[in-house]
Each structure stands twice: as structure tokens, then as C-alpha cells.
Design a protein around this ligand. Structure first.
Ligand code: IMP
Length: 422
């Protein structure tokens, strides 16, 4: 079954672990959007590995790993990640990098920082140039991975772009970006990557014809989607199901199943509304229990209760078939667990999720309370072993969102996962 795995919250749902767990049954894994703003944490042979651009399926040696054209690629970062993976003993013979993936260039990183520090835009981005790189795609001036393979062509194209960006930087009172040594470093990265560069769309269509099983690996989360998230506090790609098709060139018929990942509570990094956020001691406690610090930037994550209004929105826009609920064990020691079931505002009570941040920032969550289970779940492997209060919480999540729970994660290791049959 060709399966899409998507984060349903604001990213950091534990997709790395979920994808690593699921990827064993697949012939190919594909990244289709985002860039190295993602940070997927996987435990491999007892070691913590954080992947930013490489698909999490690289840990299975026979699995084809594809970075499709919807991903924005910082080639120096990719080379470093490949080298690190090889140092772990992974061969990565099966990596395909789309020639049509847009490049993140040094100017993009510079402008991301300039915008973030300005008074016009404070999104709390990862400052890695993701937004400006996607802006170049929409603005029809992007350079692509394939451009790195033609040195004279790349040098002349990047010189034109440098002129454009240096004007912008000057307007912002910033020094110009030197072309060298960045251009040479990018070309060297291109040479390193050359054997992997190809037509990812054709490669995936071939895999489909050969009935190989494909896992599409989402990055970030649905509430950060450029169109369906809490705009403007979003990332610059389609993190929802739409990104699979625009980012790979495959049709919706290529997908058989959508698995949505959500934590058993909620976190967010960066700015933007977060109705169920917990402040003070309660928030600090949950942050420590869940070790909620960003995999990419190390920033402390904002934490809160599960927001079922937002989760149902994400289930519906993505057509989620089943939920993979992560970090349930983090709630083990609590006397009470809460989840939001509606929002209240001047306009009354609503169970609908408003996409624009302005509409969401004024709401007060209406909580439903559940008794805690006060049992360590980390050693459990079967749903029947779960304490009754934990079952009651999960049953309510499934009923409210309309999606069955197919997997539960109760710890960081691959084995600490409970599969729930239909
Ligand atoms: P950007 O993607 O760096 O432009 O950042 C835009 C927003 O998305 C910011 O709030 C980031 O914190 C958030 N973001 C981007 N990537 C991730 C991720 O992988 N996990 C969680 N949040 C992310």
C-alpha cells in the first residue's frame, strides 16, 4: 500500500520515529516538500540521529530514498548529512535527488535572517532560507540542483541572481554577498552529488509500474501549511496532502493510505497562535517530561494540551485514514489530561478551525478533562494491556476526529510502538 505520512500539528510530532517504524515494509521513501528546516530524530543502533534533508527510510539498505522536486535543497547541508550517514555505516547507494529541486542559496539564508530581525515579519523561522528559496520558485528566478552540474551555466546564472539580491540587501542596509567562495563550494557539492542526481518523477513512476511500495514522508505539520495553516505563522510549502502531488509529479491515484501523526499533547516552535498552550510551571513540567527542545534549532518548544479542533481540521483536509499517536508515555505521571473540544470567542462557541492566525489568536479553548493513568506505558506492546483511563482518552480522540488510531508510540525506540488492528 502506497502510504503518505503527514504531521497533523505544528511539526515535531515524532514523524522520524513513526516513519522509521513504518519504512521497513516499503521499497521507496520520498521527501516531497520543505527543506533542512525539518529535523527528524531517529534512534539507530542506540544512537540518536537527526536527519534534516535525507528521508528517514535510509536506515533500510534496500530501500530507494528519493528527494523529489518539491524539496528545497541546500547542497552543502545535504553533502554533510550524507557523509554523516556514511560514517554510521550506511551506504546510501539508493539515493535519488531530483535535478529539478530548487536550491537554497546563501542569499536566501541572509534574507531570511534580515526579514526575521526586521519589524515587518517575525515568524520565528528556522533562519535557513526556506521562505526566500520558495519565493524564488514562485517569482520564476530559482536555480535548481541540475544547474550545479554545468559549471559555466551555474556561474553565469548565480552572478545574475547575485546582482538582484545584492540590490535587495543594499536596500536593507546590508553588505553585499560575495559570490566566491560560495559558488565554488556549491559546485563542489554538485560534483559530490552528481551520481545521485536524476529525474525523481520518472523514477517514482517506474516504481509504481513495478508495483513497488512507496512511503511519502511529510515534513513539518499541517498547521504550518502555507495555505491551510495558521497564516502568516506558517512555513512556505504545502505540508498537507497537496504537497505530495505538486512535489513529486505523481497523481492522487498513487496514494492508497494516509497516516497522520500527532503527539498525545501539542507543541509549537516559533511565533503564532496556540490556543491550548500551557504557561508557567505546568508548561515547564510538560516540556521537561517530553524533552521538548527543537531538533533543528535547539529552541525550547511551546507546549500545551491536545487541540482536537485543530486535529480534526488536519484529519479532514488530508483525508487521514488512521492516526499514529506519539509520546503517549510522556503523560504517564499526570493526574489529569486535557484536550480542547471547542473554541470560544466574542462570536460564541465554535468547533471549526479558522486558518488565519488573526481569527485563532482571540479564541479561548473549551477543555474536556480525562483522569490520568499513572502507569508507565513504555513497556507495553499490546493495546489490551493499556490502562482503562488511557483507553478512554484514546477512544475519545478517535471519536472526535473521525480517524481510527492505528499506532501508538510509548517510547523512543522502534520497538516501543503498539499496532492496533482495525
Ligand atoms: P521556516 O520553515 O524556517 O520558514 O519557518 C516557518 C515556521 O515553521 C516557524 O514557526 C518554524 O518554527 C516552523 N518550522 C519549520 N520547520 C519546522 C519543523 O520541522 N518542525 C517544527 N516547526 C517547524
Amino acid at each position: 500500500m502506497n502510504t503518505v505520512v503527514l504531521g497533523l500539528q505544528w511539526g515535531d510530532e515524532g514523524k522520524g520515529k513513526a516513519i522509521d517504524y513504518l519504512a521497513g515494509g516499503f521499497d521507496a521513501v520520498v521527501r516531497f516538500q520543505g527543506g533542512h528546516n525539518a529535523g527528524h530524530t531517529v534512534y539507530y543502533r542506540g544512537r540518536k540521529v537527526v536527519l534534516h534533508l535525507l528521508p528517514s527510510g535510509i536506515f533500510y539498505p534496500d530501500c530507494l530514498a528519493v528527494i523529489a522536486h518539491g524539496v528545497v535543497v541546500q547542497p552543502l547541508q545535504l553533502v554533510e548529512e550524507i557523509r554523516n550517514a556514511r560514517a554510521l555505516g550506511l551506504r546510501l547507494d539508493n539515493l535519488v535527488l531530483s535535478a529539478n529541486a530548487p536550491l537554497i542559496l546563501p542569499f536566501h539564508q541572509r534574507l531570511d535572517v534580515v526579514f526575521e530581525d526586521s519589524r515587518y515579519q517575525r515568524i520565528g523561522t528556522t533562519r535557513r532560507g526556506i521562505g526566500p528559496a520558495y519565493e524564488d520558485v514562485v517569482g520564476r528566478r530559482a536555480l535548481f540542483v541540475g544547474d550545479l552540474l554545468d559549471e559555466p551555466g551555474f556561474r553565469s546564472k548565480i552572478a545574475v541572481l547575485a546582482e538582484y539580491y545584492n540590490r535587495l540587501l543594499a536596500a536593507w542596509g546590508q553588505p553585499a554577498e560575495a559570490l566566491e567562495p560560495a559558488a565554488s563550494a556549491y559546485l563542489a557539492a554538485g560534483e559530490f552529488l552528481r551520481p545521485m542526481v536524476g529525474d525523481s518523477g520518472a523514477c517514482l513512476r517506474r516504481a509504481l509500474r513495478e508495483r513497488r511500495k512507496i512511503l511519502f514522508e511529510g515534513a513539518q505539520g499541517s498547521l504550518l501549511d502555507i495555505h491551510l495553516g495558521t497564516y502568516p505563522f506558517v512555513t512556505s510549502s504545502n505540508t498537507t496532502i497537496a504537497g505530495v502531488f505538486s512535489g513529486t509529479g505523481l497523481s492522487p491515484k498513487a496514494v492508497d493510505r494516509v497516516i497522520g501523526i500527532s503527539k498525545a499533547y501539542a507543541t509549537r516552535v516559533g511565533e503564532g497562535p496556540f490556543p491550548t498552550e500551557l504557561g508557567g510551571k505546568e508548561g515547564e513540567r510538560l516540556r521537561e517530561l517530553g524533552n521538548e527542545y527543537g531538533a533543528t534549532t535547539g529552541r525550547p518548544r511551546r507546549v500545551g494540551w491536545l487541540d482536537l479542533v485543530a486535529l480534526r481540521h488536519a484529519v479532514q483536509v488530508n483525508g487521514v485514514d488512521s492516526l499514529f499517536l506519539t509520546k503517549l508515555d510522556v503523560l504517564d505521571g499526570l493526574d489529569e489530561v486535557r484536550a480542547a473540544v471547542a473554541y470560544e470567542s466574542g462570536g460564541g462557541r465554535s468547533e471549526d478551525f479558522p486558518c488565519l492566525a488573526g481569527a485563532l489568536s482571540g479564541v479561548r479553548p473549551v477543555f474536556r478533562s480525562f483522569p490520568g493513568w499513572r502507569t508507565k506505558l513504555g513497556g507495553l506492546r499490546r493495546i489490551a494491556e493499556l490502562p482503562a483511563p488511557a483507553r478512554a482518552y484514546l477512544d475519545f480522540v478517535a471519536e472526535f476526529t473521525g480517524a481510527r488510531i492505528g499506532h501508538l508510540s510509548v517510547g523512543t525506540e522502534r520497538e516501543q510502538t503498539i499496532e492496533i488492528q482495525d
